[in-house]
Design a protein around this ligand. Structure first.
Ligand code: ADP
Ligand code: MG
Length: 394
């Protein structure tokens, strides 16, 4: 079911409560060190301002757990937003109550207010109805652009929608379209490239995508559990013994679709200075552990990746945080960057790897939702999406 967005509502002269994801990294002094999430919300904010709305933005920042934490105040974020928008952004040190109401009331169309960190109030994460009603009272319309928080049922992601007409922001709309396309009508061949640490984190995603894709390429730590399922010895590698049965089942179900590593980089410890060598996947020495996929595996994956018309990638191919173990992830990122079809990358560490290696600009869509994108691809309906108005099917 597709959702209505800011493009479906006349916001002229209206007060819009805009849930954004401004949960940006800060340094020890509370300065914004990386503003990608703020920039990701700009299209929606510009759209609302250009159409004569008052924007009352609200976000969480860090984990203050319901208390006021000085270094998690929104003021530095308001400053950065103001710089990016090229206009003043009013900031208040309140979320609800008289001062917030007063600050919201004086705004004129085209102006922006940023409320205080919403997780300073315990009632946010409890999805408290009174808190939600108070927040909703600041505005006429609710827009949710915080896809990265849409898997949480909080007051600003779910509760307020009980009191206001609720629409998707442009970022939310794009996330739903890009990820939805993977589940609904992927152009074929559809290739899923999955890695990262553990099978257990991704089992539901694997199962939901397995039937829908044409090829499933498995790398990273999670491949070890699949190699074990084939009866290989893994030495000191990360293996989830309690998931071997799941891996066996997946292999039995679709062995023709699944490609596993045929060689790996092994190291004697997880350290840049470790002794490391490439070995066949069935010849991992007992005192070593697999830390990356090997070059023959990259070649094996290459053919499938470059032919893809749709590709989804989640999870690094190795312990990419350690430079000598990043070659497999880098090689795969380069290949994904060359795909002519639609490429979508999701997952916190996957996106970090893509950015660190300089390939973020080469893919069609980098999802801003780590946990949210995975839950979406598990086939779950995210609570923060369910509350948005449906588009009439026609
Ligand atoms: P994402 O956040 O993109 O969903 P994950 O959190 O599942 O990805 O996995 C990322 C982590 O997996 C990284 O910290 C990386 O070091 C780790 N990892 C990748 N390959 C291995 C491996 N062979 N052994 C142990 N850890 C690995
Ligand atoms: Mg992760």
């Amino acid at each position: 079911m597709s959702k209505q967005s800011v493009r479906d509502v006349d916001v002229r002269g209206k007060r819009v409560l805009l849930r954004v994801d401004f949960n940006v990294p800060l340094d020890k002094l509370g300065n914004v060190t990386e503003d990608a999430r703020i920039r990701a919300s700009l299209p929606t904010i510009h759209h609302l301002l250009d159409h004569g709305a008052v924007v009352i933005a609200v976000s969480h920042l860090g984990r203050p757990d319901g208390k006021v934490v000085e270094r998690l105040r929104m003021a530095p974020v308001a400053q950065r937003l103001s710089m990016l928008l090229g206009q003043p952004v009013h900031a208040v040190q309140d979320i609800v109550g008289a001062p917030a109401q007063a600050a919201a009331k004086v705004l004129r169309p085209g102006e922006v207010l940023l409320l205080e960190n919403v997780r300073f109030d315990l009632r946010e994460e409890k999805n408290d109805p009174d808190f939600a009603r108070e927040l909703a009272g600041l505005a006429d319309v609710y827009v949710n652009d915080a896809f990265g928080t849409a898997h949480r049922a909080h007051a600003t992601t779910v509760g307020v929608a009980a009191y206001l007409p609720a629409y998707a922001g442009l970022l939310m709309e794009r996330e739903l379209a890009m990820l939805g396309q993977l589940l609904e009508r992927p152009e074929r061949p559809f290739v899923v490239l999955i890695g990262g640490a553990k099978v257990s984190d991704k089992l539901k995603v694997l199962e939901n995508l397995l039937d829908r894709c044409d090829r499933l390429l498995v790398g990273g730590g999670m491949a070890n559990t699949f190699l074990r399922a084939q009866g290989y010895e893994l030495g000191k590698s990360l293996v989830e013994e309690d998931r071997v049965a799941d891996a066996k089942r997946i292999l039995a179900q679709s062995s023709d679709k699944v490609l596993l590593p045929v060689d790996v980089l092994v190291a004697d410890r997880v350290d840049a200075g470790a002794a490391a060598q490439i070995v066949a996947a069935d010849a991992i020495p007992p005192d070593m552990l697999a830390v990356d996929i090997g070059p023959r595996t990259v070649e094996r994956f290459r053919t499938a990746i470059v032919r893809a018309k749709t590709l989804f990638w989640n999870g690094p191919m190795g312990i990419f945080e350690i430079a000598p173990f990043a070659s497999g992830t880098r090689a795969v990122a380069e290949l994904v960057g060359k795909v002519r079809g639609t490429t979508v990358v999701g997952g916190g560490d996957s996106v970090a790897a893509l950015e660190q290696l300089g390939y973020a600009g080469k893919v069609t869509h980098v999802s801003t939702g780590g946990g949210a994108s995975l839950e979406f691809l598990e086939g779950r309906v995210l609570p923060g999406v369910a509350t948005l108005r449906d588009r009439a099917e026609g």
